[in-house]
Design a binder for this molecule. Structure first.
Ligand code: 5GP
Length: 183
C-alpha cells in the first residue's frame, strides 16, 4: 500500500523542526532531505539536515527535473528531490515534507492527493516572543522576520488542516492521526 504524502508548513519560528524531530521516533514516517544553496549552520551535517549544494548544482537539478518542488526563500534556493520521496511512498511509508509555503502550493498542484498541514502559533504574540528569543538577531532582522511571519500566517486558509502548536505531543499525535486515518 502507498504511504501518504504530508506537507508541514508554517511561519518561521513556529517550531516545525521540533515537531519533525519528535516524529522521527515513528518508523512509519520518512523524512525528505532537501537540497539547499544556503550554507550549513553549526552542527548541520550534509546529507542529514540538508544536501548542501552549489548554485550551479541546484540549477542542474532543476534542469534535469529532479525536484518535486523548489522555491526561493530568504535569498537561497530549497528543493525536494523526487526520487527518495517516490521510493518511500511505494514502500508504504508516510512522507513528511517540512517546506515553506510556495513549495506547499506546488505540491498542492503537482500532487493533489497530498495532505497539507499548517502549523500555527497559539498567538502572534507568542510567535513574536519566540522570534525575539534568538538574542543574536538585530532589531532590523527581527522586524524582517516578523513581517515574513505575518505574510506566511495569511496562507493558513489554503491548507487542508490547521494545527495549533500548544504542546509538541499534541501536534505529533494530530499528525500521526492525520497520516494514518483512512482517506
Ligand atoms: P532553514 O534555512 O531555516 O532551514 O529553512 C528555511 C525555510 O525553508 C523553512 O521554512 C523550511 O521549511 C523551508 N524549506 C526547507 N526545505 C525546503 C524544500 O525542500 N522546499 C521548500 N519549498 N522549502 C523548504
Amino acid at each position: 500500500m502507498q504511504g501518504r504524502l504530508l506537507v508541514l508548513s508554517g511561519p518561521g519560528g513556529v517550531g516545525k523542526s521540533t515537531i519533525v524531530n519528535e516524529l522521527k521516533k515513528y518508523p512509519e514516517f520518512f523524512f525528505s532531505v532537501s537540497a539547499t544553496t544556503r550554507a550549513p549552520r553549526n552542527g548541520e551535517i550534509d546529507g542529514e539536515a540538508y544536501h548542501f549544494v552549489s548554485e550551479s548544482e541546484f540549477e542542474r537539478m532543476i534542469k534535469d527535473g529532479e525536484f518535486l518542488e523548489w522555491a526561493n526563500f530568504a535569498g537561497h534556493k530549497y528543493g525536494t528531490p523526487t526520487t527518495p520521496v517516490e521510493v518511500a511512498l511505494s514502500s508504504g511509508k508516510h512522507v513528511l515534507l517540512e517546506i515553506e509555503i510556495e513549495g506547499a502550493r506546488q505540491i498542492r498542484s503537482a500532487r493533489p492527493e497530498a495532505l497539507l498541514i499548517f502549523l500555527k502559533p497559539p498567538s502572534f504574540e507568542e510567535l513574536e516572543e519566540r522570534i525575539r528569543g534568538r538574542r543574536t538577531d538585530s532589531e532590523e532582522r527581527i522586524q524582517a522576520r516578523l513581517e515574513l511571519a505575518r505574510e506566511e500566517m495569511a496562507a493558513a486558509s489554503e491548507f487542508d488542516h490547521v494545527v495549533v502548536n500548544h504542546r509538541v505531543e499534541e501536534v505529533v499525535a494530530a499528525l500521526v492521526s492525520l497520516a494514518t486515518r483512512q482517506a
